[in-house]
Design a protein around this ligand. Structure first.
Ligand code: ISL
Ligand code: CA
Length: 550
């Protein structure tokens, strides 16, 4: 799977924003890489308060990205190149500019009123005053998750931005409207959906207050009352029944599920339950969070290995893993889990070896196949993401000093992943002919696709080799997983096994050489080259793959 964040992928018309025609022009890159399925982050009409995750029309294309006609061409071209395409389904919330919300907010007795969560201010408190919100829930982007609506005197719920009101899934009409939207895209030919925060659609209807975040705030934790709520499995089953079961094809579904445990994942992905194919879990991308996500601690390799290992085992018999280190919400993998200076190449390829050879479906986020890195942000004005900007303002209010705020943002900002794709060493990295909406990483002069295509040792060509291995060796797709104990905590070693064949994968997730006893003979794949390797140690960030039974 390959995720495209359209705004930052390729700009065809020189307005500094990536678009559908831009994607079409880059399909040869994706074909060369060897990916099977593309996931498009949202391209629907949107006020862009959260870069398209705030949708005002589910059945169209935002003019900044192109037209429905362009979309049809893209889809046909993707299919012609032998790939599939899935859409981002963002239905926990809409934009406040969606006609459903315009209706809903127009009066208390409008038929759409109950499509969203409207509640009175807390008893005895004047609306608008702090603490008058119906619950104390903090939004995912900071601040209260309720906004007061003057005209009708009530508050509406938004777990994200105030311009992203939450739909009320308790209302069957809402669910029907979502199913119809999905059918509309399937009829157009798309191959499935990535479902944005889909485990937030069922709230605890009592709306209890959450545990206070601390003495400095009135806000509390909403997670226990909104994540994996009481009806989430029922809603997904119903969706499956109403949308997919009636069709002859299999459509690919992946549910984004913050806070889902491994046992939740079994429920979501057990094929006999007919919910979704796989989920995006968050455990391994939360290991570096301190008090909050901008309080960044280095990820200890062992905790990463242990976490991935537990998910491999937990979904070993029933269910399925999606394997990712990067997406448009996460800092760049090589900067976060690897070493983007001394061992840039080695760590980018070692991390890829691990992810691509575990059991499950691997995801590549645009630029990851080149080893793209975090951006050297040094001023707040360089950020675009609403979450980063909210955090910068809130931290400054609390008196946190600017250098510290910037340090947190450099480590955790979603904008690290959103800088333009680096195609070549020309101006703006070949992404656009004019100034892009967000700055290009200055390392584009040496880190770009064009410079990697013909270099047999490039990160790009290593990703190709991993994909080729998956395409040609069924043990990678089908084999079981077994961990191998190792004395060095930074070594992740495992085997993939089928009745007639085994692969041994070993990755040194550290910048030191470590002792390790290798099998004799040449590895099938190694990020230090495939001629004979030392038998007693692994080099810094070395990854090797051996066929141990064939
Ligand atoms: O990045 C995060 C904030 O710290 C995550 O918690 C993120 O908000 C969460 O993963 C949900 O993400 C999805 O829904 C959001 C959208 O902003 C993200 O881009 C999307 O991937 C709201 O639609
Ligand atoms: Ca454009």
């Amino acid at each position: 799977m390959y995720q495209i964040y359209p705004r930052s992928f390729s700009d065809s018309n020189g307005d500094g924003i990536g678009d559908l025609r831009g994607i079409i022009s880059r399909l040869p890159h994706l074909e060369k890489l060897g990916v099977d399925v593309l996931w498009l982050s949202p391209v629907y009409p949107s006020p862009q308060a959260d870069n398209g995750y705030d949708i005002s029309d589910y059945r169209g294309i935002d003019p900044i990205f192109g037209s429905l006609e362009d979309f049809d061409v893209l889809l046909a071209e993707v299919h012609r190149h032998g790939m599939k395409l899935i859409m981002d389904l963002v239905v926990n919330h809409t934009s406040d500019e969606h006609p459903w919300f315009t209706e809903s907010s127009s009066s208390k007795d409008n038929p759409y009123r109950d499509w969203y969560w409207w509640r009175d201010p807390r008893d005895g408190l004047a609306p608008g005053q702090p603490g008058a919100e119906p619950t104390n829930w903090e939004s995912f982007f900071g601040g209260p998750s309720w906004t007061h609506h003057e005209e009708t005197g009530q508050y509406y719920l938004h777990l994200f931005h105030p311009k992203q009101p939450d739909l009320n899934w308790e209302n069957p009409a809402v669910r029907r409207a979502v199913h119809e939207t999905m059918a509309w895209w399937l009829n157009r030919g798309v191959d499935g959906f990535r479902m944005d925060v889909i485990n937030l659609i069922s709230k605890n209807p009592d709306l209890p207050d959450g545990e206070r975040r601390g003495p400095h705030t009135l806000l509390g934790d909403c997670f226990p009352y909104v994540l994996n709520g009481p009806r989430v499995h029922e809603f997904l089953k119903e969706m499956n029944q109403e949308v997919f079961a009636k069709r002859p094809n299999h459509y690919l579904t992946v549910a984004e599920t913050p806070g889902a445990s491994c046992s939740d994942a079994v429920l979501f992905t057990d094929p006999s339950r007919h919910e979704v194919d796989m989920i995006f879990q968050f455990e391994h991308v939360s290991l570096d969070h301190g008090e909050h996500k901008f309080d960044v601690r280095p990820t200890d390799s062992r905790s990463l290995i242990d976490s991935l290992d537990q998910w491999q085992t937990g979904l070993g018999e029933v269910g399925w893993n999606s394997l990712y280190l990067s997406n448009h919400d996460q800092p760049r993998a090589v900067s976060r889990f690897g070493d983007d200076t001394t061992y840039w190449h080695q760590s980018a390829t070692a991390l890829a070896t691990m992810m691509h050879l575990l059991r499950g479906t691997p995801y590549i986020y645009q630029g990851e196949e080149l080893g793209m890195t975090n951006f050297p942000f040094d001023a707040v004005r360089q950020f675009r993401d609403v979450e980063s900007l909210n955090y910068a303002a809130e931290a400054a209010d609390r008196g946190v000093l600017l250098p510290l705020v910037l340090e947190g943002l450099r480590g955790a900002s979603r904008d690290n992943a959103r800088t333009p794709m680096q195609w070549n060493d020309e101006r703006f990295a070949g992404f656009s002919s004019s100034v892009p909406w967000i700055e290009v990483n200055p390392n584009y002069t040496w880190l770009n696709a064009e410079s990697q295509y013909d270099d047999p040792d490039s990160v790009f060509n290593y990703f190709r080799a991993l994909i080729r291995l998956r395409h040609t060796d069924p043990v990678v797709t089908e084999g079981s997983y077994a961990a191998i104990a190792s004395e060095s905590p930074q070594i992740f070693a495992f085997t993939r096994n089928s009745p007639d064949r085994s692969l041994l994968v070993v990755c040194n997730l550290s910048g030191h050489a470590v002792p390790w006893e290798a099998p004799t003979g040449q590895p099938v794949l190694c990020n230090y080259g495939t001629s004979e390797r030392p038998l007693a140690l692994l080099e810094p960030w070395e990854a090797r793959v051996y066929a141990t039974r064939s």
